[in-house]
Design a protein around this ligand. Sequence first.
Ligand SMILES: [Zn+2]
Length: 349
Amino acid sequence: MNTLSLDPKIIGMARALKLDGNDSVQVIMGFCRKRITKMLKSAASVQSIWDFETIVCTHLNLVIHEIWNDDELRDFSQRYAMDEGDPKFAALEMELEGDDTYGVLYQRNALNEAGEYQYVAFVDCRGDKKHKRFFTRWHEIAHCLTTYEQFEFPFKRTNAADIEKDPVEKLMDMIAGDLGFLEPLFRPVLHGELGNNRLTFDTVEGVRNRFCPDASFQATLNACVAHAPTPIILIEAGLGLKQSQKRELRDTQLQLLPTRPPKPCLRVLRSMSNGAARKTGFLVHKNWRVPGFSVIAKVFNSDLEINDKAVENLGSWKSSDGSSLQYVNVLIQARKIQGRVFAIISLTE
Ligand SMILES: [Zn+2]
């Protein structure tokens, strides 16, 4: 069970949505999937994920605006503040100010003709934020789908710092990853590209071109791994500290005399085993140190954004207390993207 399932906020959300079940993350995700699948079934024709998004937004009374430059931002802000007679929209610029704030969702003051709530989301596509636009749109849809109390509004932020700490933001990202690559639409594309072959970075690029070139490579990679029929672990490696060093660092910051800060080394920053991998206990722990001889370290230490692959045995990955990972031969495909290494780890036979 995901530790998020035990978080009081997430348990509270499941209760407020009147959902039963031990695993609150799974019941909430199941609830969203069910609502969305019903909308998909009622649709006459869906050619692409964008068609489907339009249908979902219509059902949810949600309008999503993308903001590509500062002028557009000011226009939206003034127009909504005026039309809605609500000064909260005047603060839109401030809401999207942070480098890590990707979107804002507002509940509108007026109900629609059927007496239902209406929503408007603004997705920031200025600068590098544009790369996350597809994902941010689905993140805001996830908020709409799981809304249960009016006083949660006027708005919600989507920013990276919150996602690190806030369990609801984390869950919304999980829902966005699930719904933006909804199984009945995504699986045929993945299977068409994959055939009986092993998942590679090239396959992911092919799937992305066919399914939705607007989705980021990383979001598509996550979805390909999650839906692949064979056991796969996806890891993201970069410089990091072990838990005890993090504690040490926090403690030394409270001390008066300066001490040498702990040195970060190449570690697993994120690890995801897909369904087939979880069934067989095939996993790599988060925070685990990446051995210097691994292809992941080789790719990380290269000055270029390169790809490489190698067969390794996970049993040779040792922690400082002497324990090791499962003794199993794997193919590791590694790719460096913006200073981090993404690795697709699959069994060799
Ligand atoms: Zn959010």
